[in-house]
Design a protein. Structure first.
Length: 286
């Protein structure tokens, strides 16, 4: 599995000693970056999951899709640990790499669920209030966890070809118009959403903007890599794109920050204070 998606451009080549040393050094650098991501992301993700689960104990409505998104991030981080510790040619590593892609594709699905839920809260509040049930949320979560598994098994049996690259490019590209639609529809419906408090509106918009930024900055390089056919840039783009994707668990933790009451208001207040301080310094004195 790993050879199909990461080491494609390295197959059927012969390298001299200097090239081998270069790739060994590059791999060590990538392993160091992975270790940093694991050391920072693992405790923060566990804290965020605990924070969201505490909402259930306090009889609040739990953001079930964000919790599942963080669980998928946790799966990715655990698989990165195996990827760093075990040798590249190990069968166990290939199995965990398959699990990593399962968690990654599931996280894409839950990001879409988060964006859709925030959109429905603003654009269709009454419909969403009566339709939102625990049973519906559980069914959606089961579907999001199951579909990527069948998708990856199907792609795995296709073996490597340009078709698999195209399939993955289409899969990761489809959420973009949906994220833009949810954000645009939410902003448009804000003025008519009278029943939603102002601080709740700001949190919803902040979460939608954050989801769109995460997907654009971290997943777009991977989409480009799946579409690029020029071997001249393929190796460098491959490393950059997959390293950016591995940063997504760290970025998803910010969803917990923006989901807390008052977090967005404090951030906006800090930005306004910094703006005012900057204006005061730039103002000419008499």
């Amino acid at each position: 599995m790993e050879d199909s998606f990461i080491n494609i451009t390295s197959q059927n080549r012969s390298y001299d000693d200097s090239t081998t040393i270069y790739f060994n050094t590059e791999q060590k650098i990538l392993d160091v970056v992975k270790c940093i991501i694991i050391c920072i992301g693992l405790p923060l993700t566990l804290v965020a999951i605990h924070g969201f689960c505490s909402l259930v104990r306090n009889d609040h409505v739990a953001p079930i899709y964000i919790i599942n998104l963080l669980i998928s991030d946790l799966i990715q981080l655990c698989c990165m640990i195996v990827e760093v510790v075990l040798p590249e040619d190990s069968i166990i590593t290939e199995i965990f790499f398959f699990i990593y892609f399962w968690g990654l594709t599931a996280s894409v699905g839950f990001m879409m669920c988060v964006a859709m839920e925030r959109y429905l809260v603003i654009a269709w509040p009454l419909w969403y209030r009566f339709r939102r049930t625990i049973k519906t949320s559980v069914v959606v979560c089961v579907v999001v966890w199951t579909l990527p598994l069948f998708f990856l098994v199907f792609v795995h049996f296709l073996q490597y070809s340009q078709v698999t690259h195209t399939i993955f490019a289409v899969f990761f590209l489809l959420p973009f118009p949906l994220f833009i639609f949810f954000l645009r529809g939410t902003v448009k419906a804000l003025s008519a959403a009278i029943s939603v408090p102002a601080d709740e509106k700001r949190r919803i918009v902040a979460i939608l903007v954050l989801v769109l930024l995460i997907y654009t900055l971290l997943f777009l390089p991977t989409i480009i890599w799946f579409l690029v056919k020029d071997d001249k840039y393929n190796d460098a783009l491959r490393h950059v794109s997959f390293m950016f994707v591995r940063l997504s668990p760290l970025a998803d933790v910010f969803l917990y920050v923006f989901s807390r009451k008052g977090a967005v208001d404090k951030l906006l207040a800090s930005l306004c204070r910094c703006r005012m301080d900057s204006d005061d310094r730039n103002r000419p004195t008499a």
